[in-house]
Design a protein around this ligand. Structure first.
Ligand code: NAD
Ligand code: UFG
Length: 337
C-alpha cells in the first residue's frame, strides 16, 4: 500500500517524499517535470537509500493516471502537483485553471473509481485574499483572491468540499501553507526556481552568491513593524512533517479538515534580510522599490488548530531556514543543473 505523491519532485514534494521514505512509507511519485528535474530522484536516493517508484505523467492525463492506479495499490494521495507562479497565472489564467483544477478533478475521479479513502491537498494562505486581521484562522472568510493562481486554490477547495459531502467514506486534509522557505539540512535538495526568482528567499540567496547585484524590496510604506511586507515563513522540512501529521489525522476518519501550516509568527522583509546576514555572515545589498501589485501588508497564521487536532508544531526557525537555504544555494549554485 503506497502513498501517491503528485508533484513529488518539486520543492515541497521532494522534502515530503524524503520524510515519508525515512518514516517507512512506500511512495509512488507522479510528476511531469514541468517545474522540476529528474536529478531530484537521484538526490532522494542519496538521502534515503530508497528509490520511490516514479511515473513521468501529467496528472491531467486521465488515461495515463489510470495506468498508475491499475498498477499500484494507493492508500492515500498527497496532491502537490500544480503551477504556482502568481505572475504567470495573470498572463495565462486558463493554463492555471486547466492544470490545477483539471489535475484535481482527475484525481477525484480516480479516487472514486479505485476506492482511495484519503487525500491531502496543498492549498495556500492566498485563499484568505486581503486579510482583515491577523493571525488568520481556518474559519476566517476566504475569497477575494488577488490573482488567478490563488483562485485555482480556492476553486479546488470548493471542489473537495463538494466531493467530501457526496462521499462520506472519504477523508480530505486541506493544508493552507504560509510561506515555505529553507532546504533540507543535507544541502542536497532545495528550491530551484527558473529564471528570476519571484519569491523572497531564493532572490536573497541569488544575491548572496553574486548572481544578482541587490535585492529589490517591494515597498517600505506598508502598515507593518518597519514598513516592509510581513509573512509567516515556515521551514520546508517542518512543512513536510505537517504532511505526515495530516496522513495520521486522516487515519482517524475525520471527513474533511482544514489546517493552516505556518509558525504563527510574522517576519518582515528587512527582518529576514538581517536574519540571513547574521546566520550566514554575508551582506545582502538591497534597494527599496515600489510596491509589487497585489501584495498585502501582512499575513501570518493562527496555528493552534493544527497543534490541537494533529499535534503539528514547527521545530525550526528563521535562522535555521536562512542557514539551510544558503547551504543549498552554495552547494548547488546552478540548482539541479
Ligand atoms: P513546485 O513547482 O516546486 O512543485 C510542483 C511540482 O508539480 C513540480 O515538480 C511540477 O513539475 C509538478 N507539476 C505541476 N503540474 C503538474 C501536472 N499537471 N502533472 C504532473 N506534475 C505536475 O512547487 P512547490 O513549491 O513544491 O509547491 C507544491 C504545491 O504547494 C503546489 O500546489 C503549490 O501551489 C502549493 N503551494 C506552494 C507554496 C510555495 O510558496 N511554494 C505556497 C502555498 C502553496
Ligand atoms: N519581496 C520583496 N522582494 C522580492 C520578493 C519578495 O521585497 O524580490 C517581498 C514581497 O513584497 C512580500 C514578501 O517579500 O512582502 C514575500 O514575498 P514572496 O513573493 O516570497 O511571497 P508571497 O507572500 O508574495 O507569496 C507566497 C507564494 C504564493 C502563496 C503565498 C501564500 O509565492 O504562491 O506565499 O501566503 F500563495
Amino acid at each position: 500500500m503506497a502513498i501517491l505523491v503528485t508533484g513529488g519532485t518539486g520543492y515541497i514534494g521532494s522534502h515530503t517524499v524524503v520524510e515519508l521514505l525515512n518514516h517507512g512509507y512506500e511512495v509512488v511519485i507522479v510528476d511531469n517535470f514541468s517545474n522540476s528535474k529528474p536529478e531530484v530522484l537521484n538526490r532522494i536516493f542519496l538521502m534515503t537509500n530508497r528509490r520511490p517508484k516514479f511515473y513521468q505523467i501529467d496528472v491531467c492525463d486521465y488515461d495515463g493516471m489510470t495506468e498508475v492506479f491499475e498498477k499500484e495499490t494507493i492508500k492515500a494521495i498527497i496532491h502537490f502537483a500544480g503551477l504556482k507562479s502568481v505572475a504567470e497565472s495573470v498572463e495565462k489564467p486558463e493554463l492555471y485553471f486547466k492544470n490545477n483544477v483539471g489535475s484535481s478533478e482527475v484525481l477525484l475521479q480516480l479516487m472514486e473509481k479505485y476506492h482511495v479513502p484519503n487525500l491531502v491537498f496543498s492549498s495556500s494562505a492566498t485563499v484568505y485574499g486581503v486579510p482583515k486581521h491577523v493571525p488568520l484562522k481556518e474559519s476566517d472568510k476566504v475569497g477575494g483572491c488577488t490573482n488567478p493562481y490563488g483562485q485555482t486554490k480556492l476553486d479546488i477547495e470548493y471542489l473537495l468540499k463538494d466531493y467530501a459531502k457526496e462521499h462520506k467514506e472519504v477523508n480530505i486534509a486541506i493544508l493552507r501553507y504560509f510561506n515555505p522557505i529553507g532546504a533540507h539540512q543535507s544541502g542536497l535538495i532545495g528550491e530551484d526556481p527558473h529564471g528570476i526568482p519571484n519569491n523572497l528567499m531564493p532572490y536573497i540567496t541569488q544575491v548572496a552568491i553574486g548572481k544578482r547585484p541587490h535585492l529589490n524590496v517591494y515597498g517600505n510604506d506598508y502598515k507593518t513593524v518597519d514598513g516592509t511586507g510581513v509573512r509567516d515563513y515556515i521551514h520546508v522540512v517542518d512543512l513536510a512533517h505537517g504532511h505526515l501529521r495530516a496522513l495520521k489525522k486522516l487515519e482517524e476518519k475525520p471527513g474533511l479538515v482544514i489546517y493552516n501550516l505556518g509558525t504563527g509568527k510574522g517576519t518582515s522583509v528587512l527582518e529576514l534580510v538581517q536574519a540571513f546576514e547574521k546566520a550566514n555572515n554575508v551582506k545582502i545589498p538591497y534597494i527599496i522599490c515600489d510596491r509589487r501589485p497585489g501584495d498585502i501588508d501582512e499575513n501570518y497564521a493562527e496555528v493552534s488548530k493544527a497543534f490541537l487536532e494533529m499535534g503539528f508544531k514547527t521545530k525550526l526557525d528563521i535562522e535555521d531556514a536562512c542557514r539551510d537555504s544558503w547551504r543549498w544555494q552554495r552547494k548547488n549554485p546552478h540548482g539541479y543543473d
